[in-house]
Design a protein around this ligand. Structure first.
Ligand SMILES: [Ca+2]
Length: 583
C-alpha cells in the first residue's frame, strides 16, 4: 500500500489550496493504514465532500459516490487531479479569515520549548510553532499587563494611550463604574466588529472595570479583578451573568468557554476570538511555593537548568533591610531560588499549553483550522531568576527592561497562506500586531499616529520593501531602543542612570557599557533615534517626560509629584467612546 507516496504529486498541485492539500495528506495516511476497499473509499469520498463544502467548491453529487468505485489510491489520485482542474471555487481564498488571538500572561519566550527551553513542557505551543512562523525578536512595549494590553488593542504606545502602569485593583472603587481606560481610541475589536466580525473576549481584561464594552465585543467572559491573586475560586463575569468559579483552575475554565464558543460557532460571520489566559503569571503570591494543578507533581523533582540561581537583586535586598519589610518583598525573597516556586512556574506554563492544545483541537474538530489565522503571544515576559529577580520589570525603579522580561513569544499560523516551519528574526513591536491583524483580514485602516506597521506580506512569504531594525519600549521613566545588536535604556532626568548592553557580545545583559568611551558614538546615535521616535509619537497629555499624566494608577506618583508638583495625579475621566462615524 503506497497511498502516501502516490498522493504526493496531487498534494503538490494543491499547495495553494490548503484544505485540499490537507485532505490529500489525510487520505493518503488513511489508505496507507487501512487499505482501499469500497467502504474505506466511501469514507474518503465523504471527507472530500466536507472539504469541498468548507472551501465552498461546487461539485456534482456523483463525484463523491464515484470515489468508492476506484480500487487503488493511484487511480483515485488521477481522478482527484481531474477534479482539481474542473472544480470552480465560489470565491478564491476567503480574504476574511477567522481570527484566534491568544494572549497569555507574563510568559517570556525563553521559557518555551519552541524557543529552546529544556525544562518546561509545552508540546502544543511547540507544534503550533512548527505549523507556522515563529518570531525570535518580538518585544513587549512595556513590562506590565495593562499598558501592553492597551497597546495590543490600540496599536499605540503607553505614552500615547496613557495606560502606563498596571491598573491597581485597589483603585477600582475610585474609577467610574463602567470606566474603560482606552475607550476613546480605535481598537482592534471595534474595527473588526464594525466590519462584520463576530467579536469575543474570553479571559483576562485588566483595562478598567471588568466589563469590556458592548460596542467592541459581542461575547465576553472575564474575572472581576484586574490581575490574578489565585488561579482558583475567581468571581466570573460571563456575559450578563456573574458567578463564583468553584473547583476549576481558571486557565481550564477559559479553555472550556472558548471550546464551547467554537463548537457553537454558526458561520454567519467570521469570528475574532481573543483568549487571554491569566497564566502562567509567575508572580507572588499566585506562584509562590507549591501549585495546585495536575502538572505540578511532574516538576517537583525537576532540576531546572534553565532557571538561573543568582544572588538576590540589590533592590529587593534593600527593601528587606528595613525594620518591617513589606510582605510583597518578603514573598519575592521566598520565591528566590526556591524549587517549589520553579515547579509551580513550570506547571502553570504547561497548564496554558494544555489550553492552547484544546483550542487548536477545537478548531480542527469543528472544521475551522484551515480558515483561521492563529496568533499566539504574551503580554510581556517575566523574570524567573535572571538578574536576581522573580516577577515584573517594575520591582526596580526605574524599570529594568532586560530581554528576559521583554522578549515575548510570537507564533502565527494560517495554513495555505503562511508556510509552515518558518522562523523570522524581524524586529516586531506589540504596536505592529493590530495593523498586521487588520491587514490579514483585508482591511486597510489607518491608526492615528501609531508607530505600528503591518508585516502581513512578510507572513505571506513576500519581501518587505523595508523594515525598521529596532523596536522601542516605553515604561514610564525608562525608554529603550532595542536593535539587533544593542539595548539602550534612557532614564527620565533625575530617576536613574542610562544603560547600554551589547546583546551580541553579552546576551545575558550583565555588562552595562554606558559610560564606556568606546561606545560613546553608539550611545549618541541610539539616543538620537530614541528621542526622534518619542518626539514623533508620544502624546503630550500622557508623556511623563513632559509633565503628562497617566490613566488609572501608577506605583510612582511621588516621583512625578516631585518633578511636576503636588497637583500631579493619575486620571480616570470617562472619555467619549471612539466611533469612526463621529467626524
Ligand atoms: Ca502580564
Amino acid at each position: 500500500m503506497t497511498g502516501l507516496h502516490e498522493l504526493a504529486p496531487i498534494k503538490r498541485l494543491f499547495t495553494q489550496w490548503a484544505a485540499m492539500a490537507r485532505y490529500c495528506e489525510n487520505a493518503g495516511q488513511f489508505w496507507y493504514r487501512h487499505g482501499t476497499n469500497a467502504r474505506n473509499n466511501a469514507r474518503m469520498g465523504e471527507d472530500l465532500r466536507r472539504t469541498l463544502q468548507a472551501e465552498e467548491v461546487i461539485m456534482k453529487e456523483s463525484v463523491f459516490a464515484t470515489i468508492s468505485d476506484f480500487a487503488t489510491p493511484k487511480k483515485i489520485c488521477s481522478y482527484l487531479s481531474l477534479l482539481l482542474l474542473s472544480a470552480v471555487p465560489v470565491e478564491a481564498r476567503d480574504t476574511q479569515p477567522n481570527i484566534l488571538f491568544i494572549v497569555v500572561d507574563n510568559q517570556p519566550a525563553s521559557i518555551l520549548g519552541a524557543y529552546g527551553n529544556p525544562d518546561v513542557k509545552t508540546p502544543n505551543i511547540d507544534r503550533l510553532a512548527l505549523e507556522g512562523v515563529r518570531f525570535t525578536r518580538a518585544f513587549a512595549v512595556h513590562g506590565m499587563c495593562s499598558p501592553t494590553r492597551a497597546t495590543l488593542l490600540t496599536g499605540l504606545l503607553p505614552s500615547q494611550h496613557g495606560v502606563q502602569d498596571w491598573l491597581d485593583d485597589e483603585e477600582m472603587e475610585n474609577w467610574p463604574s463602567d470606566w474603560n481606560a482606552i475607550r476613546e481610541y480605535r481598537t482592534l475589536p471595534y474595527t473588526l466588529k464594525t466590519r462584520g466580525y463576530q467579536t469575543s473576549l474570553i479571559g483576562k481584561w485588566h483595562l478598567g472595570q471588568p466589563r469590556p464594552p458592548d460596542e467592541w465585543f459581542d461575547y465576553w467572559v472575564t474575572f472581576n479583578l484586574g490581575h490574578t491573586v489565585d488561579f482558583w475560586d475567581n468571581e466570573i463575569n460571563d456575559n450578563s451573568k456573574k458567578y463564583k468559579l468553584e473547583g476549576k483552575h481558571s486557565v481550564d475554565f477559559f479553555s472550556d468557554k472558548a471550546v464551547e464558543y467554537l463548537q457553537a460557532y454558526d458561520h454567519q460571520k467570521p469570528f475574532f476570538l481573543m483568549v487571554t489566559y491569566n497564566g502562567p503569571y509567575m508572580n507572588p503570591p499566585t506562584n509562590l511555593g507549591a501549585a495546585k494543578n495536575r502538572h505540578y507533581v511532574d516538576y517537583e523533582d525537576t532540576e531546572f537548568t534553565s532557571f538561573p540561581r543568582n544572588r538576590i537583586n540589590e533592590t529587593i535586598l534593600e527593601a528587606l533591610t528595613v525594620s518591617d519589610p513589606e510582605e510583597w518583598y518578603l514573598n519575592l525573597a521566598r520565591m528566590h531560588n526556591d524549587q517549589k516556586t520553579m515547579a509551580n512556574a513550570a506547571s502553570q506554563n504547561t497548564m496554558v499549553d494544555d489550553g492552547v492544545g484544546r483550542l487548536l483541537e477545537a478548531l480542527r474538530d469543528n472544521g475551522l483550522a484551515e480558515n483561521t489565522l492563529v496568533i499566539y503571544t504574551s503580554d510581556q515576559g517575566n523574570f524567573f531568576g535572571q538578574h536576581g529577580l522573580w516577577g515584573h520589570t517594575d520591582y526596580s525603579f526605574p524599570a529594568s527592561l532586560y530581554d528576559t522580561a521583554m522578549n515575548i513569544p510570537l507564533i502565527v499560523r494560517y495554513p495555505g497562506v503562511i508556510e509552515k516551519e518558518q522562523v523570522s528574526d524581524l524586529m516586531i513591536g506589540q504596536y505592529d500586531l493590530m495593523p498586521t491583524i487588520l491587514d490579514m483580514a483585508g482591511f486597510d485602516v489607518g491608526i492615528a499616529n501609531s508607530p505600528g506597521r503591518s508585516f502581513a506580506e512578510h507572513l505571506k512569504g513576500n519581501e518587505l520593501a523595508s523594515w525598521r531594525d529596532a523596536v522601542y519600549m516605553d515604561q514610564e521613566a525608562t525608554r529603550v531602543i532595542r536593535t539587533h545588536q544593542y539595548s539602550y535604556w534612557k532614564r527620565l532626568k533625575g530617576t536613574g542612570k542610562h544603560e547600554l548592553y551589547d546583546i551580541q557580545k553579552d546576551p545575558k545583559q550583565e555588562d552595562d557599557l554606558y559610560g564606556n568611551p568606546d561606545y560613546a558614538e553608539v550611545v549618541s546615535k541610539l539616543d538620537e533615534r530614541l528621542t526622534q521616535f518619542f518626539d514623533a509619537h508620544s502624546n503630550a497629555e500622557y508623556d511623563l517626560w513632559r509633565g503628562g499624566s497617566v490613566k488609572g494608577s501608577t506605583e510612582s506618583t511621588q516621583v512625578y509629584q516631585s518633578l511636576y508638583g503636588e497637583q500631579w495625579k493619575p486620571e480616570s475621566e470617562i472619555r467619549p467612546a471612539f466611533s469612526e462615524n463621529i467626524p
